[in-house]
Each structure stands twice: as C-alpha cells, then as structure tokens.
Design a protein around this ligand. Structure first.
Ligand code: DAH
Length: 358
C-alpha cells in the first residue's frame, strides 16, 4: 500500500473511532486542517519538478477527496445515530393507557334525592329548599311543639344563644319546618293574587291551589353510630287542600315506595305513632317480598294528618283546610336500595366506596 492509500486508510480509521461530532472535527483537523497531513503533503510539492508536480498533485487530490468522502460519510452516520438515540429516548409507548381526567359522579344519597324528586315531581309535587340554620319557631313552636314539650328532648341539636325568627339559632333537626315556611309563602302569594284581582274589580278569583310540596335537605342531631350520623338527610312531604285525606297519603306513599324500589309487590304498613305536628300519626314500614330483606318490616318514614294548630300556623283555617305530611330518611332509603349496612360509609368520603355508584 502506498503512502497516500495508507493515509486515506488511517483517516477512515480515525473518523470511525470518533464517537461524537466534536471528536470527528478533531480528527478532521489532523488530516484536512491547516497543519493537517494533506496540507503538509501539498506544501512538500514545492520542491518537485513540473512533470512530477502534476502527477503527485493529482494523486494527493484523489486522496483528499477520498478523505473528505469518508468524513462526510462518518458525519452523516453520527447524525443518524444521534437521531436514532433521540427517537428512542422520546419514544411513545402507544400501548400505555391514556392519562385520563378522573370522572366524577353523583353521591349515592344525591342519586336517591334526584329519584325522590323525579317521582314526586311526576305526581305534581313542587320541590322546595330551606335553611339548615333555623329558628326555634319554625323548627319547634310552629309545629305544635312549644318550649318544654317533652318531644323536644328527642331532637337534641346544636344551639347558639338567643335566636329569633330573623336570627336563627339552631341547626334544624328535621325538614318539617319547611311545611310552615312553604305554606306561609304559598298562602301569601295567593292572597296577593286575590288582592290584585280585586283591585281590578275582578271578584271571581278561583280558590287557593292545593299545597303540594316535598322539601329534601340536610338535618342535624346529636347522634352517632352505624345507623345515625350527626348530619343526615330528610325529605319532607306536604299535601294540604280542602279535601285531602289519610287515604290519599296511603295511595301517594305506596305509589312512591313501589316506584322507588321498582317493586310492585312491596307491602306498606301504617303503624300508629305520635308526632306533635300530626294527629293522627303513623310510622310507615315497608316489607319486601323478595330479596335478602324479604319478610322484614323496615321503617322508612313518619307521617300523619296535619295538626289543626299547624294548619293555623300556616295561615289557614283548619275548619277548611286539611292534609297530610310525611318525613322520610333518604339515607336509609339509599341503604335499603343498594344493600349498604353502615350509614357512616356515606359520609367518610372513601372513593373506593363511592365509585361503586358511578
Ligand atoms: N319530623 C319527623 C322526625 O324528624 C318526621 C315526621 C313525622 C315528619 C311525621 C312529618 C310527619 O311530616 O307528618 O322525626
């Protein structure tokens, strides 16, 4: 191998050994740089004669071109390798599951409340919301439970000192205060309509529309175990008119329970009981004919015919208006519907429990 071939060969080896573009530039300098081997060979030609110069120059040029070609080839190879490495490092594994935003859903008790509202809505009941911080008047007194009435002791709750109708002082122990709040507004609106009509000389205004409402919401008591929580839910129901009887209560509530539990053979029992705001009063028990709870009586609501004193506190004459009320526990309905045995699970906020209802 002549000297020039050896030089080309050594350049190839040098380039091949360059592992990075910087190494390659250093290697290039050794062969093609200002004081590199090719430049030295060119300079060495000065001493040669004309004929020799020509052939020697052509040979050196060929060697130079070969070295440049090797250099470019190596440059490209290094660039390709770099690109490959980058692609590999940034590679997407398309088989990985995508990053999703967790999907939320309604709380099981909210699902129950929605269901209750839909069913009673289909029977013509309005849905009303009221304050959780309530006054003594609406929570007790207006509901025929005066101060010192023994029934108050079953409704131990959280109080602040003082408290008036305008400055409520306790956490409501039930949704029953909404009976009074809603009825009073209803009566007021009707009277305003009558007055406005009279002012226009119209005396033939129709009678007051019936009061038909449910009032779901949070309620509070000093109570805590597997079936009681200091904060829980209730849903009140009220239907007052000129001719609303206990029979209507039975029909409406039976219809509701059978629809809610999707069970046509569900049996209801109205068990005599006592509440200050109803007379007569009854606890409502249900009995499934199928499933794990079949045959057992399960209490789901309190109910009764609205007491005349309560009708009076609504702003109505109990000689003309009569109706029924009920109060049920949506938490308990949710437990029965889904087979949950500890009420506290609803309020622990454990995602493993809650996600089962999505
Ligand atoms: N408010 C009662 C309670 O919390 C439940 C209740 C009973 C509501 C009878 C009613 C009713 O409307 O008529 O224990």
């Amino acid at each position: 191998m002549n000297e020039l071939d050896a030089l080309v060969e050594s350049a190839r080896t040098g380039f091949a050994q360059a592992a990075t573009p910087a190494d390659l530039e250093n290697a290039k300098a050794r062969f093609l740089g200002k004081s590199g081997r090719i430049t030295e060979l060119m300079k060495g030609m000065a001493a040669l004669g004309v004929g020799e110069k020509k052939s020697r120059g052509a040979a050196i040029n060929l060697a130079k071109q070969a070295i440049e070609a090797a250099l470019n080839e190596r440059r490209q190879a290094l660039l390709d390798a770099e690109l490959q490495a980058q692609l590999k490092a940034e590679a997407l594994d398309v088989t990985l599951p995508g990053r999703q935003r967790g999907q939320g859903g309604l709380h099981p008790v909210s699902l129950t409340l929605e269901r209750i509202e839909a069913i009673f809505g289909s029977m013509g009941f309005d849905v009303a919301q009221g304050p959780e911080i309530e006054s003594d008047w609406f929570n007790f007194t207006a509901l025929n439970t005066p101060e010192d009435h023994p029934a108050r002791s079953m409704h131990d709750t959280f109080y602040v000192e003082g408290g008036t109708e305008a400055a409520p002082n306790l956490l409501r122990t039930h949704t029953s205060p909404m009976q009074i709040r809603y009825a009073v507004q209803h009566v007021k609106k009707h009277r305003a309509r009558v007055d406005a009509a009279k002012a226009k000389g119209d005396t033939g205004v129709a009678g007051m529309p019936e009061i038909r409402v449910i009032a779901p919401g949070r309620t509070y008591r000093v109570d805590s175990d597997a079936t009681h929580s200091p904060m829980f839910h209730q849903c009140e129901g009220l239907w007052v008119g000129e001719n609303v009887s206990f029979k209507d209560l039975k029909v409406v509530f039976t219809d509701f329970c059978r629809t809610f539990f999707e069970s046509d053979d569900l049996v209801l029992r109205f068990r005599p009981s006592f509440f200050p705001f109803t007379e007569p009063s009854a606890e409502i028990d249900i009995q499934f004919q199928q499933g794990p709870l079949a045959g057992r009586w399960l209490e789901v609501a309190g109910s009764g015919q609205v007491h005349p004193n309560v009708v009076r506190n609504m702003g109505l004459d109990p000689e003309h208006y009569i109706g029924f009320a009920f109060g049920m526990g949506p938490d308990r309905l949710t437990m029965l519907r889904y087979g949950v045995n500890d009420l506290r699970l609803f309020f622990d906020g454990d995602i493993r429990f809650l996600s089962q209802f999505q």
